[in-house]
Design a protein around this ligand. Structure first.
Ligand code: HDE
Length: 750
């Protein structure tokens, strides 16, 4: 029979495959050519096992030797092995009765390999299935000591964290840039136990009581008959529910605003939504809302960009997060607290703090910074870390406690429950990414996928057989002490407090706090989404809700739908706008912003080199776009005209006016508006046209100015030309501080 291939043959075949996979257009890492690929040669020593591949800490009362080897199963040794560690000679051929014969059942390696593969998938999350994660560190400022005894907020205290960002409605493989709420869940591995801040990028929720969660999610998910649309709220069942269950109107307004289509996970706020209770060392309590404030400000895509990206780069947010971290532009947020006195009414400025459909405007209760989060490491293995991470709103360290918010109370039940199915049993806290960094000494035993080898005979209390271990801790030993909140004697009811009945005033507050351009986007979003509904009755019902929020909003959406604007059925609330809710009108740092630079062989390449260096020095990511891959002069090319699309860039600079390449599609002559040959490559014209339409900064120098003229945008707002590359870049950089050039389009709504 044919002998197994020699190692050398295998290696050479593999090398051939790698070479075939590399094409000259392969996009590089941002700002640099892709790192050289290590061609396989001969077996070599693997990297040492990572810390998180280590065995679980001994979960025994005494901490005695458990017999678990120091390193649990990971990738060790140079050679391919079976799951039992037997070295394998061949993994390319099944064991057969002769080269043309049937496969033998006795082939253990074949069965093991395929059986494991058959079981590689676990159920995706029922909500928040699509996500991306990163590791980082949180540093306390010490400014929260008077309100909470939580040790991780102490001045200078560093706590490792893992963050998972997500969309809510879509499946695991759905597009990142859909209109939806984003999850922003943080696991703080504090030395007093894990703290999970399971937050969203929108500070309010659709419902006031967890019992309605299956309803809102069933309404938002694809229709049960055809399983469409995927990851969208633009369909009948969603609008049917939110127009009937009107407490959803405030959250829906945020979804229809630019908050529903973030530019990047790095540019989102995060909100704990519920009010929590803090307790300090003296036992005094305060009510609190958690906020994450991004260093880069809050920014969004335009709706057209979001739609284009759904096809061009459905992984846009995931890629953006990983590229930024790998380029050293570490995403950063400040954790802030809105603190309220813990009064029996649990209200602040007349706002019911237990109602998760309400915010407290920052103008009334400023967000006080208490620490800084930096994400600085991408996951090593997506499944092991991002897919298996399990958050829970009840994972709280001493100093932070829950309130009676009925939405929060339901969540306290749901997260463990869902993970029992998703992660296959009760021991998921032993999965590396979920392991607490504080020592664990519980009396939980056995169950599916038990990894710990518990010593001792007495996992019960009281006991004498294990010497009484483990011992309850006192407050001075950092024990979690439940806040002794008085529970009023009251009849059992299925009812809400009357304050929960106000469904419109804060939606109106949000609308009135928007700038004209943001209002215009909201109008367009409602018009688009309702325009996608088939049932006229649903559109009309939602218009009646909008009438109770604001007549201008209602009128504009009604016009777009071709329907009459109804009259309000409740008096319009008298509210004071909150400027802090608007995303525009300030300036932000340029870290990690993407600048595309269009070059060809005739361009001022020295100038391009200077622009690249200036962009890198400013913390941005410059990407050279050229007619072909490889290099132009000495410049590495990261994108070609075929692989570049405007949606990837925050700004575009042109150093040339490249003639149409033979492979470019025919187009209209931009100047004459008639069909005919273009003088500039149509893909470059499209790049400029889209960047302009999406209110991005555009700059050009030298021959690049001709390209602007051909595209018909020269001399318009937010389009700068300079005598040199650095002049043009300086102009673009100034414009980018405000993120977009909204003045280019005077808004129709004021
Ligand atoms: Fe969740 N939510 N949720 N949620 N949620 C889940 O837990 C649930 C709510 C949030 O990246 C599930 O592990 C109920 C509000 C995030 O792994 C599930 C209610 C907020 C994530 C669940 C809510 C959130 C989840 C699904 C109404 C913002 C992703 C998978 C009472 C403050 C976590 C899982 C991750 C995930 C239940 C409402 C945030 C089913 C019952 C409000 C960021 O347990």
């Amino acid at each position: 029979s044919k002998p197994a291939k020699a190692v050398k043959d295998v290696v050479e075949a593999a090398a051939g495959k790698v070479a075939d996979a590399l094409t000259p257009d392969l996009p590089g890492a941002p700002g640099s050519a892709p790192p050289p690929v290590d061609e396989p040669t001969a077996p070599h020593d693997p990297l040492p096992p990572k810390k998180e591949q280590g065995a679980p800490e001994p979960r025994t009362p005494t901490g005695a030797e458990t017999g678990v080897p120091a390193t649990a199963k990971g990738q060790q040794g140079a050679f391919l092995t079976t799951a039992q560690g037997a070295r394998l000679r061949d993994t390319d051929h099944s064991l057969k009765a002769g080269p043309r014969g049937p496969v033998l059942l006795q082939d253990h390696h074949l069965r093991e390999k395929i059986t494991h593969f058959d079981h590689e998938r676990i159920p995706e999350r029922v909500v928040h299935a699509r996500g991306a994660g990163a590791h980082g560190v949180f540093t306390g400022y010490g400014t929260a000591e008077n309100v909470t005894r939580a040790g991780f907020l102490a001045k200078g205290r560093e706590t490792p964290v893992f963050v998972r960002f997500s969309t809510v409605l879509g499946s695991r493989g759905s597009a990142d840039t859909v209109r939806d709420t984003r999850g922003f869940a943080t696991k703080f591995y504090t030395d007093e136990g894990t703290f999970d801040l399971v937050a969203n990028n929108i500070p309010v929720f659709f419902i006031q009581d967890a019992i309605k969660f299956p309803d809102i999610i069933h309404a938002g998910k694809p229709h049960p008959d055809r399983e469409i649309p995927q990851a969208q709220s633009a369909h009948d069942t969603f609008w049917d529910f939110v127009s009937l269950h009107t407490e959803a109107q405030h959250h829906t307004m945020w979804n229809m605003s630019d908050r529903g289509i973030p530019r990047s996970y790095r540019m989102m706020e995060g909100f704990g939504v519920h009010t929590f209770r803090l307790v300090n060392a003296a036992g005094e309590t305060a009510l609190v809302k958690f906020h994450w404030k991004p260093k880069l400000g809050v920014h969004s895509l335009t709706w057209e960009e979001a739609q284009l990206l759904g096809g061009i780069d459905p992984d846009f947010h995931r890629r953006d997060l990983y590229d930024a971290i790998e380029a050293g532009a570490f995403p950063e947020w400040e954790l802030g607290l809105q603190i309220f006195p813990d009064t029996p009414e649990e209200t602040f400025a007349g706002i019911d703090l237990l109602d998760p459909t309400k915010i407290v405007p920052e103008e009334l209760a400023p967000v006080q910074p208490v620490g800084r989060l930096v994400l600085n490491r991408t996951p090593t293995n997506f499944f092991a870390e991002v897919e298996q991470v399990a958050f829970h709103v009840g994972h709280l360290p001493p100093g932070i406690d829950v309130t009676n918010d009925p939405l929060l109370q339901g969540r306290l039940f749901s997260y463990v429950d869902t993970q029992l199915t998703r992660l296959g049993g009760p021991n998921y806290s032993q999965i590396p990414v979920n392991r607490p960094h504080a020592p664990v000494n519980d009396m939980l035993r056995d169950g599916f996928h038990q990894h710990a080898v518990h010593a001792g005979v007495a996992p019960y209390r009281p006991n004498s057989l294990d010497g009484g271990n483990p011992f309850p801790a006192g407050e001075e030993d950092h024990a979690f002490v439940d806040v002794p909140v008085t529970v009023a004697e009251a009849p059992k009811v299925r009812a809400n407090p009357v304050t929960f009945d106000d469904h419109y005033s804060q939606a109106r507050l949000f609308w009135l706090s928007m700038s004209p351009v943001e209002k215009e986007h909201i109008v367009r979003a409602y018009t688009f989404e309702l325009g996608k509904c088939y049932h006229q009755a649903i559109r009309e019902r939602q218009l009646r809700c909008l009438a109770n929020i604001d007549p201008v909003l209602c009128e504009q959406v009604a016009t777009g739908l071709g329907l009459p604007a109804p009259e309000p059925t409740v008096p319009l609330a008298d509210v004071t706008p909150s400027p802090a809710l608007s995303q525009v009108g300030r300036e932000w740092p340029p870290d990690g912003r993407m600048v595309g630079i269009v070059v060809d062989a005739d361009a001022d390449l020295d100038g391009v080199g200077q622009v690249r260096r200036a962009a890198l020095a400013a913390g941005m990511v410059p990407l050279v776009i050229a007619p072909h891959g490889g290099t132009v002069g000495d410049l590495p090319v990261q994108r070609t005209f075929a692989t570049a699309r405007s949606v990837e860039f925050d700004a575009v600079l042109l150093a040339c006016a490249p003639a149409p390449a033979p492979d470019a599609l025919p187009t209209r002559d931009a100047k004459a508006g008639a069909p005919g040959p273009a003088r500039v490559d149509p893909r470059v014209l499209l790049l400029v046209e889209e960047a302009w339409r999406h209110a991005k900064a555009i700059g050009a120098w030298g021959a690049g100015v001709t390209a602007l003229e051909e595209a018909g945008v020269a001399g318009t707002l937010g389009v700068v030309t300079g005598g040199s590359g650095t002049d043009a870049f300086d102009g673009v950089q100034r414009l980018m501080a405000a993120h977009r050039v909204w003045d280019r389009f005077p808004a129709a709504v004021s």
